[in-house]
Design a protein around this ligand. Structure first.
Ligand SMILES: [Zn+2]
Length: 149
């Protein structure tokens, strides 16, 4: 890696730990020329995951959008940032196992299921704003499932 202080390419790794549920590695490096310490974050290069929207558009999967959607639904609720990241990671893992293409509706349902296990109120809010439900009957069915617990 190139040292951010002196641009030397010689460094040694002084600490290495997995991050993000093992899908990334954080490394603490020390420049051999000037001893500056810096951190690198390496992520496994993953196969692309394509999201098919109900409009027919295809967009690359973006975990940040899921995080933002959950954060909005969980605003003011006892669901912290770490929990939201964990839910998003869980959803990504779930849909990746199912294939390289996923519908936005499937993602919405996966988020709803994962969120419902953490906080029912946030899950209901997510369901109410989530546009992927085909009709009102779907939404009512989800509410029925959530309020049964
Ligand atoms: Zn340096």
């Amino acid at each position: 890696m190139r040292c951010p202080a002196c641009a030397s390419l010689d460094d040694k790794v002084v600490d290495s730990r997995t991050a993000d549920d093992g899908s990334a590695v954080r490394r603490r490096r020390e420049c051999l020329a000037c001893s500056t310490r810096y951190t690198t974050f390496e992520r496994l290069e993953e196969a692309p995951l394509v999201v098919m929207k109900s409009s027919g558009d295809e967009v690359p999967f973006d975990r940040a959008k899921i995080v933002a959607g959950i954060a909005l639904a969980a605003k003011g609720r006892p669901v912290d940032g770490l929990a939201i990241e964990a839910i998003a990671a869980d959803v990504e893992e779930t849909v990746r196992i199912e294939g390289s293409q996923v519908t936005s509706e499937r993602i919405g349902r996966a988020v709803l299921e994962a969120l419902a296990r953490v906080d029912g109120v946030s899950a209901l809010r997510f369901a109410s704003v989530y546009k992927g439900f085909d009709d009102l009957a779907d939404f009512e069915r989800e509410i029925g499932l959530l309020t049964k617990n």
